[in-house]
Design a protein around this ligand. Sequence first.
Ligand code: GLP
Length: 288
Amino acid sequence: MDVIIQPDAEMAARTAADLIAQALSAKPDLVLGLATGCTMESVYDQLVRKHLEAGLDFSRCRTFNLDEYVGLAADDPCSYHHFMRKRFFDLVNLDLPNTNLPDGLAKDLDAECANYENLIASSGGIDLQLLGIGLNGHLGFNEPLSAFRSRTRVVTLSRVTRSQNAPLFPKPRQVPRRAITMGVGTILAARGCILLATGIEKARIVARAIEGPLTAMVTATALQLHPACTIVLDEEAAGSLRENDHGLRVLPAQLGPAQIPAAMLAKNEADSHSLPAASKKSLLAGKS
Ligand code: GLP
């Protein structure tokens, strides 16, 4: 696990966007896992800017979102489908048929989940998965006690999650009670992961995720098992870490290709474990 700490939320988001842009430039047909949530808005802003100003090309990229609420139509303003179109898909040259989210209105939800897993597998698997973190440590909508080997499925949302997401709905009681989410096992199967967390309110859960014991009570501790995971934080979100020497404080300009956190550069290379070590060394070398 690499931990990159930036001075503020804007720079942290820029770092996450830089890592995605590098991965996409290295592999134009990247299979990119995407996330929603307020934290991601600046990442998408940065990626849109890179598309408009630097020609970052998404035309061959395929995307899979982590999750969607059950019962919301794609054009519902509170759905993740709507969020993704408004914040990202409609603003870059992604081919809409290449973008995927679970269908929260599917008649047979279990079949929809199995189908989503099959789609990911038939695309060759996810190269790079972008992640946020919930206040209870969830990834996607994998609430506490989600099995580390779980796959895409229907879940019941916890009270913490429903109240965390309530401000995004006209009335708190309109927050759906269920969602479809990629499983923890689905996320861990991605060749690389980037988790972005910013703000003081995430500090406690970030410390548990990075430094705490592995536990299904904090889903994000599962990332400790991932061979190529980069955590990007701002100073506030890093504020409760006990160790102060695993944060690599770098400027985005110092990030080189070695920081691409996944094995997407060597898709079939068995030993992806060597990549984070190389990345760490070169980050340290880049420090002034
Ligand atoms: C939702 C999403 C998660 C995301 C979380 C964090 O619950 N399902 O994938 O990590 O929000 O949201 P925010 O960035 O708004 O704190």
